[in-house]
Ligand binder design. Structure first.
Ligand SMILES: [Zn+2]
Length: 125
């Protein structure tokens, strides 16, 4: 199995619902997001997927979050904008992108600081 991994960053505000502590107040992070995709076969160039394509897909998704109040985005009106759910959101968006086929998303990792991160991995992947 082959795997390629790209990273990008975005800055945004959020606040956690149903949470007692300082994260219940609006605050910001500079998030780092890593996406790993995998597949069994390489194309005739020897590539699983062009890094440029995966980077562009990630950038497109992160632009929907960058400099936003994440709580106000439709996806996060009911879903709490935790790093876990941001990872889930990015996974879902990239997974549904035809541009990455036939590679499949293995995991999305979201750092909300240098020392803490959340990972979403689809069951069975
Ligand atoms: Zn936070």
């Amino acid at each position: 199995m082959f795997e390629i991994v790209v990273e990008d960053i975005f800055s945004a505000a959020h606040k956690l619902r149903n949470y007692k502590g300082k994260c219940e107040n609006v605050h910001g992070h500079n998030w780092k997001v890593q996406v790993a995709v995998y597949g069994r076969d390489l194309d005739n160039r020897g590539l699983l997927l062009d890094f440029t394509v995966l980077k562009a897909e990630l950038k497109k998704v992160l632009q929907s979050l960058d400099h936003k109040d994440i709580n106000n985005l439709p996806f996060f009106r009911k879903i709490n904008p935790t790093s876990e759910n941001i990872a889930f959101y990015v996974h879902k968006k990239i997974k549904n992108s035809p541009a990455i086929k036939p590679a499949r998303v293995k995991s999305v990792t979201v750092w909300e600081s240098d020392r803490q991160y959340a990972i979403y991995t689809e069951e069975g992947s």
